[in-house]
Each structure stands twice: as structure tokens, then as C-alpha cells.
Design a protein around this ligand. Structure first.
Ligand SMILES: Nc1ncnc2c1ncn2[C@@H]1O[C@H](COP(=O)(O)OP(=O)(O)O)[C@@H](O)[C@H]1O
Ligand SMILES: [Mg+2]
Length: 394
């Protein structure tokens, strides 16, 4: 739609293929980048010289707008236009308050886009890059639609493995099992504050305040505790969780999120903001059946399946399930498997995860392999796990 001398780089942010395709078509002549979610968008902003972002209708609601604001952390002056299916004054107000330049309704047209672009073109030309943050954290969510599948065990061990590799100060665990979160018990932490305090202060939440509400594990790794009683779970809105995750991404390099065994609104919102999802499937039929149902739901909402890493738990237990059949039924390949080992509950009862208490055990090695699925740091030295590589014989 723009002649070459005026072409600007446009970032389209939306998970909906249709919206992306339609908008890309209208922008013929401009350089177009696409991000499926806000973390992809943040990455694009760090990598490319984006002139304007068009955020799609999937974000045209209160929580979506507040999530969009994470783009300003990368580029405080980025012009953002929000597209919506239904224009309301509430939406407009919260968009403008966030710093979004314009809200336009779909279906988009060349005329509407030109108008929006004109209103931001001048400021775009003047805009110099704001201070860039070189890193934003990766969100790793551990999920399973069945209680007892091993989510918390996987969360704590993954987090501690990563903390051991990259430094505990770069890792935070968010216990988002709002009713029955047991991360703190598993790690022997007695938290002074929980996510309930975060939610109560959400309006004035900033990084120093959030930092002061985090607990600290003996390793130095930070933890945001779940509410201490199930009845307090209601006080934690999805919006508060979303805002917290956005903030944690700017403070830490790895945000490990443990979840409740449901696919409810909070969990879905967390999944949407995750870079990696570890789906923990226990080796029993109900676990497989529930996982299949959960995956069907995620397929319906077009969740990007490449983020999901299937992790089998208790693989050597007696309930022998055919792995090939399981993979076929779930439509995913197994990426890692954790052995069943009595050292796991023993470690849990000691309040020290098995990778720390019995680092040389088979199950600890399995768990480090799970952690390695989500680590993006280049150099992870873990010599213990690969003694046969021959490095001692050179
Ligand atoms: N691989 C395993 N071997 C032995 N016990 C396990 C294993 N995985 C999990 N467990 C035990 O099963 C129970 C449930 O695990 P947990 O991580 O709390 O599940 P979830 O968080 O999914 O509800 C815990 O007592 C844990 O110690
Ligand atoms: Mg749990």
C-alpha cells in the first residue's frame, strides 16, 4: 500500500492466520514481520528496525491490552495500532492509557491503515531507538490436565537444573497452581509474601515492588509463591498473572511456571504467553486420555504445537503403555522421559528436589535432560551426564 520511498517496516502481532494473511495482503509494498504472540513480538523488536506494530483482535481486550504494553519495555516510542472486532469506549480508554496510538476496527482496509499510519508517520520518522534491553526471559510452563502427573516435581527440578547451569539469579519459579500450589513446600521455603500480595498491589506494581514480594530459595533462585489457602485463589485475577509474567520476563532469563491440572482461563492465558510448554504425561490411561482432550482444545484455539514438548513420567512403572501408540494418539513425539524412582518422593519429603539431593541418580539425569529441552543458553556444561563422550581421553 505504500510507495517504496515511504515504506515502513510493519510488525503484525496476532496468532490468527486469517488476520495475519489479510493484513499482510493490505500491506503489500511494506516490509512485513509477523509475531504470533507478545514474546515473539518482543524478540522481533530487538532484532529488526520496526516502524509500527499492528496488534490484532486477539489482544483487543483488557488483559490483551495490558500484555501489549510489554512492547514498550523494548521500545518505549513504538507506535502501536490495535485492531478490534468490537470497538468499545472501555477498550479505547485502556488502549490509549497504555500508550497505544490508535484503535481501528476490522475488517481492515487500505484506507483505514493509511489513516492510522499517517497519524503516526511523523513521530515514526523522528523516533530514535529507545534504550534496548538485550534480553527478555523465556517463559517455560509445566502443564498436565491430571493431578499427580508430576508437574510440580518437573517444575522444581527443571528450575534448579537451569539455575545450576546459568546462575540462580537468572531463574524464577512462579507457582500458578492457585489453589493447591506446593512449590514452596517442595523447596522448603516459608514465603513472607505470595501472588495474592502481588494481585492486591497490581495497580502500582513495578519491578522493585515485585522483587520485594519474591521468596528466595537456599540456592538463591527466586520464587513467587501460590496463595497459602485455596480460598485466596479468587483474589488473583488472570490479568494480574499476565502482568506479573510480563514483568518477570524483564527481570529474569527463565520463568518456570507450575500450573493447576485444568485448562481454565488462567492456565490458557499462561500458555499463550509461554515460549515452551512441558506437557507431563503420566504412564496411565486417564493421564493419556486427559492429555488428548487438552490437546484437542489447544488445537481448536490454534495453539502453536511446536511449543509443546511431551514429557513422559514414570516410564519404567509397571503400567506398560505402548509409547508409539501414545505418540500417535496425542499427535506428539516424546521429547523426554523420566523414570519412576522412590528417590523422588524421598527427596520431596526432604524438601530438596532430587536433582540436588541425588544428582547422580538415573532420575536426576532424566530430569536434567528435560531441563535441557528448554535451555537456550549456548554453553551448558554438564559433564556428569555425558562421561562417555571421551573428553577425558583426548
Ligand atoms: N518419576 C517419579 N517417580 C516417583 N515418584 C514420582 C515421580 N514423579 C512424581 N512422583 C510423585 O508423585 C506425586 C505427585 O507429583 P507432583 O509433581 O506433585 O504432581 P502434580 O504437581 O502434577 O500434581 C509426588 O508425591 C511425587 O513425589
Ligand atoms: Mg502440583
Amino acid at each position: 500500500m505504500a510507495p517504496d520511498d515511504q515504506a515502513i517496516s510493519v510488525l503484525i502481532v496476532d496468532g490468527d492466520d486469517r488476520f495475519v494473511a489479510d493484513t499482510t495482503a493490505l500491506l503489500d509494498g511494506n516490509k512485513v514481520y509477523v509475531a504470533r504472540n507478545m514474546s515473539d513480538a518482543q524478540r522481533r523488536l530487538l532484532e529488526e528496525n520496526i516502524g509500527i506494530a499492528i496488534v490484532g483482535p486477539s489482544f483487543a481486550h483488557e488483559a490483551g491490552v495490558s500484555e501489549t504494553s510489554v512492547l514498550f519495555d523494548i521500545r518505549p516510542t513504538l507506535p502501536i495500532v490495535l485492531a478490534t472486532q468490537s470497538m468499545t469506549t472501555d477498550l479505547l480508554r485502556s488502549a490509549l492509557r497504555t500508550g497505544i496510538k490508535d484503535v481501528i476496527d476490522v475488517p481492515l482496509s487500505i484506507a483505514k491503515l493509511e489513516e492510522a499510519f499517517e497519524s503516526v508517520a511523523l513521530s515514526t520518522q523522528r523516533t530514535e531507538e529507545g534504550p534496548k534491553r538485550s534480553r527478555i526471559g523465556r517463559v517455560v510452563t509445566i502443564m498436565s490436565p491430571k493431578g499427580g502427573a508430576g508437574k510440580t516435581m518437573t517444575s522444581t527440578n527443571t528450575a534448579l537444573s537451569i539455575a545450576g547451569w546459568v546462575g540462580p539469579e537468572r531463574v524464577v519459579v512462579l507457582d500458578a497452581d492457585l489453589q493447591f500450589g506446593d512449590i514452596c513446600i517442595s523447596l522448603q521455603i516459608d514465603p513472607a509474601h505470595t501472588i495474592v500480595d502481588v494481585a492486591r498491589d497490581i495497580e502500582k506494581l513495578d519491578e522493585p515492588l515485585l522483587e520485594s514480594l519474591l521468596a528466595t530459595h537456599s540456592s538463591g533462585m527466586r520464587v513467587l509463591s501460590a496463595p497459602l489457602e485455596p480460598s485466596l485463589a479468587d483474589e488473583v485475577s488472570t490479568q494480574a498473572i499476565v502482568k506479573t509474567i510480563g514483568m518477570l520476563k524483564r527481570m529474569f532469563d527463565y520463568i518456570i511456571i507450575d500450573t493447576a491440572p485444568f485448562l481454565d482461563e488462567p492456565v490458557l492465558s499462561i500458555l499463550e504467553r509461554s515460549d515452551d510448554v512441558l506437557l507431563v504425561v503420566d504412564m496411565d490411561l486417564p493421564s493419556v486420555k486427559n492429555s488428548k482432550l487438552a490437546l484437542d482444545t489447544l488445537r481448536l484455539i490454534k495453539f502453536p504445537f511446536e511449543k509443546i514438548k511431551l514429557v513422559l513420567n514414570r516410564v519404567n512403572s509397571k503400567a506398560r503403555l505402548d509409547v508409539a501408540e501414545l505418540e500417535r494418539s496425542l499427535g506428539l513425539n516424546v521429547m523426554a522421559a523420566i523414570s519412576s524412582d522412590k528417590l523422588v518422593p524421598r527427596a520431596v519429603n526432604e524438601g530438596v528436589p532430587v536433582v540436588s539431593l541425588y544428582p547422580r541418580s538415573r532420575v536426576a539425569r532424566d530430569l536434567r535432560a528435560v531441563a535441557r529441552l528448554v535451555v537456550t543458553d549456548d554453553r551448558i556444561e554438564d559433564t556428569e551426564d555425558e562421561p562417555q563422550k571421551g573428553r577425558w581421553f583426548k
